[in-house]
Design a protein around this ligand. Structure first.
Ligand code: FAD
Ligand code: DHB
Length: 385
């Protein structure tokens, strides 16, 4: 079997790449170790930057998102007994975010690929990358796929990155001393907009998916286990962290899904080895506070598509050679923003009273200075491509 681009992983990165390449007349095969049902149900991110929304719409896969996604023009920062709105419409006119679940994006992309006769292999076993430096090929479940280019879109725990020889990549990383417990609940959102709240008990986030489904996150210890968090405890803790301003009541309901996500930052440089190109979580992850993970994956894939189009259409490798440098600029901006938002809003066990005062002072600055609020807003809605 032969294809132009062998793609490992059917997450947002791999699926969008396959779709964008198809629009350019470039063939690909996507190899995914999980089932279609599993990837379509995996609950993860929910905030799409303006540029991500535009990309999906331009690529013809934005119909349902335009119908069902929730456009948001601001977020609330809540701390010290008050809420403060970061107003995108005033700070970054014309740019906003859309709340639309990652698994909905994945569903839309899978449907579009299959409708166009795309080749996605689910539940493939033992994918391996061979000779990435010259004539790359992939093996899986006893089969062989020859490719001109391999795209490693298989997330943080995939096989692409580890197939690069030791010493080639520089690794930059940071572990945070806490995790997020995320839940999806069958209950109407208690707020029109997302609420990021900092309390002495820790951080919490109120997000949503639809008029009848809400998404919440709680800062929990790094070693927290789901079993330690029965539903009643989750609601009590969410109430304690969110019902901190006069007149706000959190509506509770059935918890449909629950999971603990470690908080970690990670980048490899370069994002490439020979003819193997890494995109999305395979190359970098951010703590989720800035809602950047999925959006970065989309940004990588945009750059890679242009580079591959130049390569296959004109035989020019110039953009491919610049792929890593082009992506890493945005990656590091997102790394900094995610670190900044995380530091601003979480409680750190070893913080002393001095550090707490600094944190509160910065929150006051962000919520009172137009310049500081604009810094937050322009990064949150996404820097221009
Ligand atoms: P992924 O979505 O991880 O896709 C990789 C795909 O590769 C998967 O389908 C996987 O099954 C497949 N794969 C892995 N190994 C192999 C293999 N050996 N062979 C074949 N296929 C393989 N970001 C936010 O902005 N906000 C959030 O709230 C948020 N929550 C998250 C919660 C969790 C539990 C996780 C893990 C991530 C979260 N993220 C969040 C990050 C965001 O979801 C990711 O940045 C995004 O999924 C990146 O897309 P991707 O396509 O690069 O990787
Ligand atoms: C969501 C996730 C995030 O990480 C974030 O910063 C905002 C919203 C969400 O899943 O809705």
């Amino acid at each position: 079997m032969r294809t132009q681009v062998g793609i490992i992983g059917a997450g947002p990165a791999g699926l969008l790449l396959s779709h964008l390449l198809h629009l350019r007349g470039i063939s690909s095969v996507v190899l995914e170790k999980r089932s279609r049902d599993y990837v379509e149900r995996r609950v993860r991110a929910g905030v799409l930057e303006q540029g991500t929304v535009d990309t999906l719409v331009e690529a013809g896969v934005g119909e349902r998102m335009k119908r069902e996604g929730l456009p948001h023009h601001g977020i609330e920062l809540r701390y010290g007994g008050a809420g403060h709105r970061i107003a995108f419409e005033r700070l970054v006119p014309g740019r906003s975010i859309t709340v639309y679940g990652q698994q909905e994006v994945v569903k839309d992309l899978i449907a579009a690929r299959l409708a166009a006769g795309g080749d996605i292999r689910f539940e493939v076993e033992d994918v391996a990358v061979h000779s990435p430096q010259s004539q790359p090929y992939l093996t899986f479940g006893g089969q062989r796929l020859d490719c001109e280019i391999v795209a490693g879109c298989d997330g943080f725990h995939g096989v692409s990155r580890p197939s690069i020889p030791e010493g080639v990549l520089s690794v930059f990383e940071r572990d945070y001393p806490f995790a997020w417990l995320g839940i999806l609940a069958r209950v109407a959102p208690s707020s029109q907009e997302l609420i990021y709240t900092r309390t002495e008990r820790g951080f919490a986030l109120h997000s949503m998916r639809s008029p009848t489904v809400s998404r919440f996150y709680l800062q929990v210890p790094a070693d927290a286990r789901e079993e330690e968090w029965p539903d009643e405890r989750i609601w009590a803790e969410l109430k304690a962290r969110l019902e901190t301003v006069p007149g706000f009541t959190l509506t509770t309901g059935e918890i449909m899904e629950k999971g603990v996500t470690p908080m970690r930052a990670f980048v490899v440089e370069p994002m490439q080895y020979g003819r193997l190109y890494l995109a999305g979580d395979a190359a970098h992850i951010v703590p989720p506070t800035g809602a950047k993970g999925l959006n970065l994956a989309v940004a990588d894939v945009r750059v890679l598509t242009e580079a591959l189009a130049a390569y296959f259409e004109r035989g020019s490798a110039e953009l491919l050679d610049g792929y890593s440098a082009a992506c890493l600029k945005r990656v590091w901006r997102a790394q900094h923003f995610s670190w900044w938002m995380t530091t601003l809003l979480h409680t750190f066990e070893d913080d002393d009273p001095y550090a707490r005062r600094l944190q509160l002072s910065y929150l006051d600055y962000v919520t009172s200075s137009e310049a500081a609020a604009t810094t937050l807003a322009e990064n949150y809605v996404g820097m221009p491509w």
